[in-house]
Design a protein around this ligand. Structure first.
Ligand code: PLP
Length: 397
């Protein structure tokens, strides 16, 4: 049970973010007033269609796209499934039956390519280097004449490491493959411009940038061959069937507008706070290290390992102090599965097991970071002395 006096510090924004008040009001307003089915020809239907298109324009503006290229989905997972399965099916007849993904993708991509692998597709996973970057050399080594799709995420959810998407996409295109990037963890945190990235498909998700859960989009470059995975009605220009979640998507549109307006200031503010946190931890906690430190990263994320400490124990100790962090991706937390991302980077098993992710967001403040820096060194020292005591007791038998 939560003690009411505990100051709650939420540093798990890569798992999900609190909904921005403006987005919340817009969702409530849409629920109240815009109940029509966006596919209906009458006035209530057209009202719903109008707010939906406004949301689409706002999402498109955030990523430098044309509104017509934005297909709304039920979130990042569906967008990833649509991209991977949609391309696979579209390319099946052409004989291109090879799929490439990075080994550090989110499960939404990884488990989808693996599922296709079990159905006869050739699948290659590309490992990153030690700092978490998927290099063009590593991708070049695995591309084949029959590669249909290359999927490499823009920013990694566990380390925040940003991938060289423009270079990777150009390489994939030279091999005749379609390029998808899961930008769920970069959209709203750093400038994302589909033209500059050069990808063909890009996934995003509302709840990672202060929008509601269960809404997202797949951006599909005009002309990209893709078979719809969700079949049924003609919604979303025949690319994604199902009555649109109008209120949720209105919330996504508002979150996208806010992200676009605030990004330049927020990016610098969060980078300063994150850097302060990192510097403070490295200075005050001996045996701590930043994972992915050598690479370009989104400004809100740091992944830190603490020698001699089990990450789960530290996570619980921090939670008791009112500080919410994560051991990595939310999907695998609770399973004690070591992070596939940190393992793919070649980190030692101990460094993987002692890693915690701190991810900042719009509500994160300077005093919160100061509080973490006050609490964390003490908790790490306590856990180390406890495990030392356990080890000594073990030696005594
Ligand atoms: N891709 C990445 C990189 C993510 O971090 C997540 C969420 O954790 C997803 C995809 C899934 O998005 P959603 O929760 O909207 O299904």
């Amino acid at each position: 049970m939560e003690a009411s006096h505990v100051m709650r510090i939420y540093l798990d924004h890569n798992a999900t973010t609190p909904v921005a008040p403006e987005a919340m009001s817009a969702v409530a307003e849409a629920l109240r007033t815009t109940f029509g089915n966006a596919a209906s020809v009458h006035v209530p239907g057209q009202q719903a269609k109008a707010v939906l298109e406004e949301a689409r324009a706002s999402v498109a503006a955030l990523i430098g796209a044309e509104p017509a290229e934005v297909v709304f989905t039920s979130g990042g997972t569906e967008a990833d499934n649509f991209a991977v399965r949609g391309v696979a099916e579209a390319c099946e007849a052409s004989g291109r039956r090879h799929l490439v993904a990075s080994a550090i993708e989110h499960e939404a991509v990884l488990n989808t390519v693996k599922a296709l692998g079990r159905r006869g597709w050739a699948v290659t996973l590309v490992a990153p280097d030690g700092s978490g970057v998927v290099s063009t050399g590593a991708l070049a080594a695995v591309l084949r004449d029959d590669t249909a799709l290359v999927s490499v995420m823009h920013a990694n959810n566990e380390t925040g490491v940003v991938q060289p998407i423009a270079d990777l996409a150009a390489l994939a295109h030279r091999a005749g493959a379609i390029f998808h990037t899961d930008a769920v963890q970069s959209v709203g945190k750093i400038p994302v411009d589909v033209g500059a990235l050069g990808a063909d498909l890009l996934s995003l998700s509302g709840h990672k940038f202060h929008g509601p859960k269960g809404v997202g989009a797949l951006w599909i470059r005009k002309g990209t061959k893709l078979v719809p995975t969700m079949t049924g009605g003609r919604q979303e220009r025949g690319r994604r069937a199902g009555t649109e979640n109008v209120p949720g998507l209105v919330g996504l549109g508002v979150a996208a507008r806010l992200a676009r307006e605030k990004l330049p200031v927020e990016q610098a503010r969060l980078a300063a706070l994150r850097d302060r946190l990192e510097r403070g931890v490295l200075a005050a906690v001996p045996g701590s290290a930043v994972n992915g430190a050598g690479a370009e990263r989104v400004p809100n994320t740091t992944n830190l390992s603490f020698e001699g400490v089990e990450a789960e124990s530290l996570l619980i100790a921090l939670d008791l102090e009112g500080i919410a962090v994560s051991t990595g991706s939310a999907c695998s937390s609770g399973t004690l599965e070591p992070s596939h991302v940190l393992r793919a980077m070649g980190l030692t098993p101990h460094r993987v097991q002692s890693a915690l992710r701190f991810s900042l967001g719009a509500g994160t403040t300077e005093p919160e970071i100061a509080r973490v820096l006050e609490v964390l060194p003490r908790l790490v020292a306590r856990l180390r002395s406890l495990s030392g005591a356990v080890a000594r007791a073990g030696e005594r038998g």
